[in-house]
Design a protein around this ligand. Structure first.
Ligand code: A2P
Length: 324
């Protein structure tokens, strides 16, 4: 079992600081890669129905649990309420669909995936409309949905609840109205988008932040090209000279430095890799340390560059609470 630091939620439940990200991995790829990830020691797996691979993930989880290779209680599985289910009356159906697909009787963490919603499923289940012609549901009521999530914690289908892609004002609204406080906020976070203020706010309110796109999400270029037919450039975080210099000095890779910098802030990260060597490398962060100087050197690299801008949802900037 890999040596991975654990973060403790405000309800006492623990989550590994490094999880395995499953976005943009089609069925056959995720089955192969998840086997590799579980063999490497990942126990925290980040899923979502809009990644369109929960059935494939569920198949592998079942094989591992039924085969006695892992106990359910040693796994930490996150999944999310999709944007097209962002209504109180849609929570049960979506949660139960994810549980059935993942072959689980409960999830460890259930997040509202986005602060915005769509009026209905697009093309049956896709959250992304290929021609960008998206109608937003401007009536999304976060608090009413949150109350539903609380009910399912009570019913034992969810251990912890949280939110994703919410801005500070939106998190605040949940905090002000929650019986069960959010355990975690999942947001884009990396060296060029450090989210200092939001991380501080979450720390002050006992919310564990989880960083998505921690390595700069190179794979998003292909995804965006497919859904928008537009070429977008994303910064090369692994090539940042300061990061490379620290990596060379410590005998580590730039990816390990980027991830270590995140977990050293008390933030979890969910890097995605389908390569055996790289996914092992991303978990091997707990036998070295960054100095205070290293942390300072990385802190000043922030450029406020959001990679996953969500602008592939045309018209999202018209949402009254944008930017998220
Ligand atoms: P691959 O799956 O071929 O390893 P993010 O988690 O920020 O979305 O980044 C995921 C991208 O980064 C994927 O394209 C993945 O490619 C790549 N990646 C993941 N881990 C590493 C690593 N240790 N070194 C270099 N690239 C990596």
């Amino acid at each position: 079992m890999a040596n991975v630091e654990l973060l403790t939620f405000n309800n006492g439940i623990k989550m590994a600081a490094i999880g395995y990200g499953t976005w943009r991995a089609p069925d056959e790829e995720i089955k192969r890669a998840l086997n590799l990830a579980l063999e490497a020691g990942y126990r925290h797996i980040d899923c979502a129905p809009v990644y369109l691979n929960e059935k494939a993930i569920g198949k592998i989880l079942k094989e591992w649990i039924d085969g006695g290779k892992v106990k359910r209680e040693d796994l930490f599985i996150t999944t999310k309420l999709p944007a097209f289910g962002n209504r109180p009356e849609s929570v049960e159906k979506n949660l139960k669909k994810s549980l059935a697909d993942l072959n689980l009787s409960y999830v460890d963490l259930y997040l509202m995936h986005t602060p915005f919603g769509f009026p209905k499923p697009i093309d049956g289940q896709m959250a992304f409309h290929p021609n960008g012609d998206v109608v937003l549901d401007l009536t999304t009521d976060h608090v009413a949905i949150w109350k539903k999530l609380e009910e399912f914690v009570g019913a034992g289908l969810i251990k912890s609840i949280g939110i994703s892609n919410f801005n500070q004002r939106q998190v605040h609204r949940i905090l002000d109205n929650a019986t069960i406080k959010p355990a975690s906020l999942q947001i884009e976070l990396h060296v060029y988008f450090q989210q200092t203020e939001l991380v501080e706010f979450c720390k002050a309110n006992n919310i564990i932040v989880t960083a998505y796109s921690p390595l700069g999400s190179k794979g998003i270029v292909e995804f965006l090209l497919k859904i928008t037919s537009k070429q977008r450039n994303v910064p090369d975080l692994l090539g940042i000279p300061e990061v490379k210099a620290i990596a060379t000095r410590l005998g580590k890779t730039p990816a390990q430095i980027l991830l270590k910098w995140i977990v050293k802030r008390g933030v979890a990260a969910i890097p995605k890799s389908t390569n055996a060597g790289r996914l092992r490398e991303n978990l091997a962060l707990f036998d070295f340390d960054l100095t205070t100087e290293d942390m300072k050197m990385i802190k000043v690299l922030d450029k406020g560059i959001r990679i996953c801008t969500l602008d592939f949802f045309q018209g999202i900037d018209k949402h009254p609470e944008f930017p998220f």
